[in-house]
Design a protein around this ligand. Sequence first.
Ligand code: ADP
Ligand code: MG
Length: 192
Amino acid sequence: MKIIETLKLNKWYGAGQNRVHVLRDIDFSVDEGDFVAIVGQSGSGKSTLMNILGCLDTQSSGVCRIRGVDIGPLDSDRLAELRGKSIGFIFQQFHLLPVLTARENIVMPRLLDKKQPDEAYLQELARMLGIQDRLTHLPHELSGGQQQRVAIARALIAKPDVIFADEPTGNLDSRTSADVLGLLKRTSTQFN
Ligand code: ADP
Ligand code: MG
């Protein structure tokens, strides 16, 4: 099953002399269970592509499908619904809410969606990520690697179809980066 599919996807910013054509005719797909890295120099359009695939931004032309659904015609409410249900995000800067504990950060997407978090699943994630004894801590009481593990749990809690991680190890040392990449790889194997 194709989770993501693009056909001749293009993105440009600005107009006239200031027009920057960032993505040109991207044909790309990701299957269920795939673990994919998009690699390129700074400014080459990685974030631009991920933001479109993650329904945070819209393309200038071409088609993007998530689980077979063409996202082009969807309005912002439908896009938000699709994001909440199908897509998890992990960012370089973690983006945890500083006043919430690790546990509260993890379950927040469920609460926003007016759903009860699955406590057994939360415990399973915390165990797998090695943060089970850090759930009552605030983000500033955690190391960078632990904060990113909390962000991974938050991305997984709603059992999305796909997770996008934009430079998820950019703020971590090389040893912790390897750990976090290993955990991401494991989540794709374990949760498909
Ligand atoms: P990467 O993530 O690979 O470093 P980006 O996707 O952030 O690259 O940026 C790709 C190109 O698009 C860059 O040249 C950048 O300057 C340009 N760009 C990104 N966002 C905007 C924007 N909102 N307006 C104009 N240009 C942008
Ligand atoms: Mg980027």
